[in-house]
Design a protein around this ligand. Structure first.
Ligand SMILES: Nc1ncnc2c1ncn2[C@@H]1O[C@H](COP(=O)(O)OP(=O)(O)OP(=O)(O)O)[C@@H](O)[C@H]1O
Ligand SMILES: [Mg+2]
Length: 295
């Protein structure tokens, strides 16, 4: 299950009904969400398949968080369909999404910084031993399991007793990914996991996104960064002002085209024009949109 569809040619367009066995775990069809009379999302199609990374890109306010809130059970869609394993659903709590194997790793991770890594790994689902009323935490087993699971994902930490607050942001994201995998996630939603990270730590997180895919999970990777998306993505969806502006398989788009969609070539031209009004700035010295995409 190693992203087998990743390089097929021109494979999926939303209206093609998937064959059996290739059914998306999670699918949105023409889905939308209005907050009162604000239409945050409209006419969105998205399919998440096992062993594939679906990247959702978009600028601030494009609707990325709204999209994942629907899938993770925090908000309900108000238009279209949301299907899990082909069955229409309306989750009313995140617990219901979790019960169907949809786990979300938020950027501001819910960890207790002073607690050891292994305690955070099992937070809320602690292993216990002994008969009631003498039940107590099975510390040895939790440490051993956390260590094994982290190693299975290729994460080696010297000391699982260290407070999770002492790990880097990237390492914490990785622990959260390994935790979701261990607790049976089939779909993993990552909300901008690399946004606050430097180059090296981003690389580490991307490695574990790929590891989750290798383990057969369907991953939804939310990001602003087309370079990060292109390193791991099988499918790319770009949101703009609440609608899906682009939906392309990896084989259908180059990094340069993706970057251009994100940067919005015309918007950059407009920005350049605006800057030309600023006194003392020589616009001809500024790079044009094409050069900027190479950054
Ligand atoms: N609870 C809410 N009530 C009203 N409007 C909302 C609510 N949440 C989001 N919106 C609006 O919906 C639109 C999409 O917001 P959303 O947070 O989904 O964007 P985003 O792509 O996640 O942006 P960012 O990159 O800044 O996180 C925005 O115009 C926002 O103001
Ligand atoms: Mg957001």
């Amino acid at each position: 299950m190693t992203g087998k569809e990743a390089n097929t040619h021109g494979a999926i367009l939303q209206d093609t009904e998937p064959e059996d066995g290739d059914r998306p775990t999670v699918q949105l069809r023409n889905a939308g969400k209005a907050y009162g009379n604000i239409r945050a999302l409209h006419g969105v199609d998205l399919a998440v398949r096992p062993g594939q990374v679906t990247c959702v890109l978009g600028d601030n306010g494009a609707g990325k968080s709204t999209l994942i809130k629907i899938i993770s059970g925090l908000h309900q869609h108000t238009e279209g369909e949301f299907l899990v394993d082909g069955e229409p659903v309306h989750f009313t709590t995140p617990r219901q999404a979790l019960d169907r194997g949809i786990a979300t790793v938020y950027q501001d991770l819910a960890v207790v910084p002073l607690m050891p890594v292994w305690r955070n790994f099992f937070l809320g689902s602690e292993m216990t031993k002994g008969p009631w009323p003498f039940r107590r935490l099975d510390i040895e087993k939790m440490k051993k399991t956390a260590d094994e699971e982290l190693r299975n994902m290729g994460i080696v930490l010297d000391n699982l007793d260290q407070p999770i607050g002492t790990l880097s942001g990237g390492q914490r994201q990785c622990v959260a990914i390994a935790r979701a995998v261990y607790f049976g996630a089939r779909v993993l939603i990552l909300d901008e996991p690399t946004a606050a990270l430097g180059v090296k730590q981003s690389g580490v997180v991307l490695k574990y996104v790929a590891a989750a895919r290798e383990r057969g999970l369907g991953v939804i990777f939310i990001t602003h960064n087309p370079h990060h998306a292109y390193m791991v993505g099988d499918h790319f969806s770009v949101l703009r002002l609440g609608t899906m502006e682009l939906s392309a398989e990896r084989s259908e788009i180059t990094l340069e085209e993706l970057t251009n969609h994100m940067a919005g070539g015309t918007e950059l031209a407009a920005l350049k024009h605006e800057l030309s009004q600023v006194r003392g700035l020589d616009v001809d010295e500024l790079p044009d949109a094409r050069d900027l995409t190479a950054l």
